[in-house]
Design a protein. Structure first.
Length: 180
């Protein structure tokens, strides 16, 4: 969404999958609550401890990956059947800069003001059981004239992992089909 708003002349089609929203806080607060709500008290305490250390600037190497590893299964509709988390490395500084940028753009209404100016085919795909509420995607899509929204039932944040083919199936004929 950000690229399309910044460079509409270089964007032919907008495909958005399970995003934070473009309006208000983008669903960040509810997203965090939805992830934490599912954790056992011990895991929730550990994630909150890691988050507090980050807020104080005391995050240690490995803390970011540990936190994501705890939360990873809860991005899925069925945490017990979640795909294994891929091997990753944490970039604490990049992580902080990314979230600061996200918050700054939400406050500046970059997408909220920019998306209505787009004139291109757009499709928004969202898992109904994503910890980011589907209504955030619907509110974002409503900003783009003629955008399609597909909410995939029984799926969380990673539809291509939870139901392989679900995303490509929606994109196969897009944007060739009627945009109305």
């Amino acid at each position: 969404m950000h690229f399309a708003v910044a460079h509409p002349e270089r964007t032919g089609v907008l495909v958005v999958i399970d995003p934070l929203g473009a309006v208000g806080d983008g669903g960040m607060e509810v997203f965090g609550e939805n992830l934490l709500r599912q954790l056992s008290p011990a895991l929730r305490a550990r994630v909150e401890e890691l988050d507090a250390a980050e807020q104080r600037g005391e995050q240690q190497p490995g803390d970011l990956v540990e936190s994501l590893g705890i939360l990873w299964p809860y991005y899925f509709a069925n945490p017990n059947g979640a795909s294994p988390m891929p091997p990753i490395q944490g970039d604490h500084e990049g992580h902080l800069e990314t979230w600061a940028s996200v918050r700054a753009h939400l406050e500046a209404r970059t997408l909220e003001d920019g998306l209505p100016r787009l004139d291109l085919p757009a499709i928004f795909i969202h898992g109904a059981l994503d910890p980011i509420p589907a209504d955030e995607t619907e509110r974002s899509a409503a900003l783009v004239r003629g955008a399609r929204v597909h909410v995939l039932e029984g799926i969380g944040h990673f539809p291509w992992l939870e139901q392989p083919g679900s995303v490509v199936g929606l994109l196969r004929d897009f944007p060739a089909t009627d945009q109305g």
